[in-house]
Design a protein around this ligand. Structure first.
Ligand code: A4P
Ligand code: MG
Length: 174
């Protein structure tokens, strides 16, 4: 089994439920085992135009699927969620990005791993830091770690665009 990390994001049609349901579905994928899930986070949308806030999370999934097969599985879960979408033009009901697949570097037309934008995105890195071993964080994020970097900790105290969603916190706004 290879330890993979997958980022989940949604800002449409009950995003929190989209992310929670997707995690449940990922946990039942054949040849995969859900190892850990981060807390859920609310985040301000990064991207063009006015968009609703996102719900973001990261999971650790052990898998014997190849990277290409895992990507196909993620895309089919995305498709299931998109079919439930009512507003055709709106942002996204579910985005599943393969962040890491073991320590492999993959560069095919369909798949780039590590995910090329993950290191710039606190809405990926902070949930990743909930569940990834300090050693992994140090390996990939050495230049982002602050003063306490030796402990593999990331400092987000100055980020107002990202917040933890408590279990009973229904709102995803600030
Ligand atoms: N692809 C290549 N590498 C990967 C990978 N590692 N994981 C290809 C997943 N897919 C990968 O993806 C487009 C193509 O990327 C796929 O066909 C696949 O072969 P997509 O999911 O269809 O399109 P997308 O999600 O619109 O593009 P992309 O580039 O994944 O978007 P991003 O960069 O993930 O940005 N703001 C907040 N606050 N929270 C968010 O979660 N997400 C985005 C999406 C923008 N702003 C956000 C958030
Ligand atoms: Mg994507």
């Amino acid at each position: 089994m290879i330890r993979s990390y997958i980022a989940l994001g949604s800002n449409l049609n009950q995003p929190r439920q989209q992310v929670s349901t997707a995690i449940s579905t990922l946990a039942t994928l054949a040849n995969c085992q859900l190892i850990a899930q981060s807390r859920l986070y609310g985040s301000v949308a990064i991207g063009p135009g006015e968009q609703d806030n996102y719900v973001n999370a990261v999971i650790a999934l052990d898998t014997s699927l190849s990277p290409a097969s895992l990507l196909l599985a993620l895309q089919s879960i995305e498709a299931e969620h998109q079919r439930q979408r009512n507003v055709r033009w709106a942002a996204r009901t579910l985005d599943l990005d393969l962040l890491l697949y073991g320590t492999e570097s993959i560069n095919t037309p369909e798949l780039t791993v590590p995910h090329p934008r993950m290191f710039e995105r606190d809405f990926v890195l902070r949930p990743l830091a909930d569940i990834a071993p300090a050693e992994l964080l140090r390996h990939y994020l050495h230049n982002k770690l602050g003063k306490d970097g030796k402990d593999g900790k990331l400092d987000y105290s100055d980020n107002d665009n990202l917040w933890v969603l408590e279990p009973d916190d229904k709102a995803i706004t600030n």
